[in-house]
Design a binder for this molecule. Structure first.
Ligand code: FAD
Length: 476
């Protein structure tokens, strides 16, 4: 066997999970190869976190400028214009800068990068991996002691829909070119659907968002869902929870508009028009065509089962990121990648703990949560105490000109331990990490209340919410 083709760790997929695992394993002195079929950085960098947040920053600023009068800054409102093409240029520049950074890190850590579709061919002494050049069909074979699968996911497209990038979109096509429809319908009010609803409303499109569950952001605490619902209503976004689109009743009219039918949970139907439809109805994992059965792995369905150290039932074969079945979030992929790489290298690490994962939606107002919702905590048998604090009682929020939203802390009545924190409002996606750390440290509401917070700062709401748990908040 040609030893130059034998690695300690082979990683299939060079997205968030893949490149982080590669760097960590290389830092531990391992010989590492990444097989990537498109671009290092994966969904998060090229079609996910970074491009969406870059565009949302542009649309937020555009709307902020409209409110400058309140701050004593006079702006000629008539000349304000959202240049979507420029916002896209900026997004592209940010993505490129980060992409170059990752390429540099891969070189610096002496990681081999092979371009092509990676799949498992078999396992004897080593895992055998085929790397197929998708344009020529030629296959290179490499071998590795350990394999980390990090192949991510792609948009879920409902059966019967052909995405054309003209009238019908997923997030991938929406992020490819600047689009400014007069009216957009978004199907799905999870994080991706909500963020695009916010972006398009802020740049001036009329927006309708449709959700088959009975509330927007259905995975969030109920009170957070209600608040984002009313925030969207206030901004003029048409929200339709409890409705689903009837795919078979969609048609394009002569004037180019799309006609479609919605059905409520009670069975009532209504017909609507729009310019374009964005489907944001979940993501499908890239696990077919990986050759799993060649190494004795059963076809496990929607995602790959692992233990808490990310190892599958096949010894030496790991899975991280979206395909591993936990939250489909970049920081989950990163965390799991570190755990898998450390475990492979024999370094003591922590198991993956989903209860420590913050979930963020970068709408305006922002949504962020970590740990259990009130409903989940009760269902798990906890007797809970709740501490709530509104942002409009926080000085820094008012200074920023935005007192919308609140923080809600869920605490175990018996031990005083913080079980979950849920926030909606400005800064939520930055601030939530503090509560994540408190949960990690098994912190109590008393400790959170006794922490010293700078004044004036948004972080003071943590102290207030923690004290509100025992009815002792100072400013409410
Ligand atoms: P990916 O990053 O998708 O990487 C997988 C890589 O594997 C890809 O580069 C792919 O080309 C490659 N690949 C696939 N199959 C093969 C194969 N057989 N051989 C070789 N290469 C292969 N998460 C957040 O935490 N915060 C956010 O704000 C956020 N916003 C998002 C917005 C949108 C619109 C979308 C779509 C997602 C967003 N996400 C966000 C989710 C986040 O992007 C993913 O959770 C994250 O990218 C998952 O990382 P991963 O390593 O599992 O997969």
């Amino acid at each position: 066997m040609d030893q130059s083709n034998v690695y300690d760790v082979a990683i299939i997929g060079g997205g968030t999970g893949g490149y982080v695992a590669a760097i960590r394993a290389a830092q531990h002195g391992k010989r590492v190869v990444i097989v990537e079929k498109h671009l290092l950085g994966g969904t998060c960098l090229h079609q996910g976190c970074i491009p969406t947040k870059s565009l949302l920053e542009s649309s937020k600023l555009y709307n902020r400028v409209k409110q400058m009068d309140e701050f004593g800054i006079e702006v000629n409102q008539d000349s304000l214009f959202f240049n979507a093409a420029k916002a896209f240029e900026r997004k592209k520049a940010i993505v490129n800068q980060l992409y170059q950074g990752i390429q540099y890190l891969i070189k610096k850590n002496k990681i081999t990068l092979l371009h092509g579709h990676g799949h498992l061919v078999g396992k004897q002494k080593h895992f055998e991996i085929g790397v197929e050049n998708e344009s020529t069909g030629s296959v290179q074979t490499i071998f590795s002691n350990h394999v980390i699968l990090a192949t991510g996911s792609r948009p879920n497209i409902p059966r019967g829909i052909t995405i054309d990038g003209i009238k019908l979109f997923t997030s991938d096509e929406i992020l490819a070119h600047p689009l400014r429809p007069d009216h957009i319908t978004i199907i799905g009010a999870g994080a991706i659907g909500l963020e695009f609803a916010c972006y398009f409303q802020e740049l001036g499109s009329a927006v309708r968002i449709v959700e088959s569950e009975d509330r927007l952001a259905p995975l969030e605490d109920k009170e957070i869902s209600e608040q984002i619902g009313s925030a969207f209503d206030k901004r003029g976004i048409e929200t339709m929870p409890g409705y689903r689109i009837l795919i078979e009743h969609m048609e394009q009219m002569e004037d180019g508009k799309m006609l479609y039918t919605l059905q409520s949970t009670k069975g009532e139907t209504s017909v609507h028009q729009t310019d374009v439809i964005l489907f944001a109805v979940g993501r499908k994992n890239n696990i077919s065509a990986l050759g799993l059965s060649n190494v004795g792995m059963e076809d496990e369905g929607a995602f790959l089962q692992t233990n808490a150290y990310m190892e599958t039932a096949v010894p030496g074969l790991y899975a991280v990121g979206d395909i591993a079945g936990s939250y489909q979030l970049a920081h989950v992929a990163t965390q799991q990648a570190l755990i898998a790489a450390d475990t492979i290298c024999g370094i003591s690490t922590l198991p993956y703990q989903p209860e420590r994962v913050a979930r963020c939606t970068y709408t305006h107002p922002e949504i962020a949560s970590v740990g259990l919702t009130e409903e989940q905590a009760k269902a798990a048998g906890y007797k809970v105490k709740i501490g709530k604090f509104p942002l409009h009682f926080n000085g820094r929020s008012l200074i920023h000109g935005d007192g919308e939203g609140f923080i809600k802390m869920i605490v175990d009545e018996k031990t005083d331990m913080i079980l979950g924190t849920h926030m909606i409002g400005q800064g939520a996606t930055e601030l939530i990490a503090m509560s994540g750390f408190a949960i990690f440290m098994e912190g109590t509401a008393w400790e959170m209340g006794m922490n010293v917070y700078p004044h004036p700062s948004l972080s003071e709401i943590f102290g207030e919410a923690a004290m509100a748990v025992s009815g002792m908040a100072i400013h409410s």
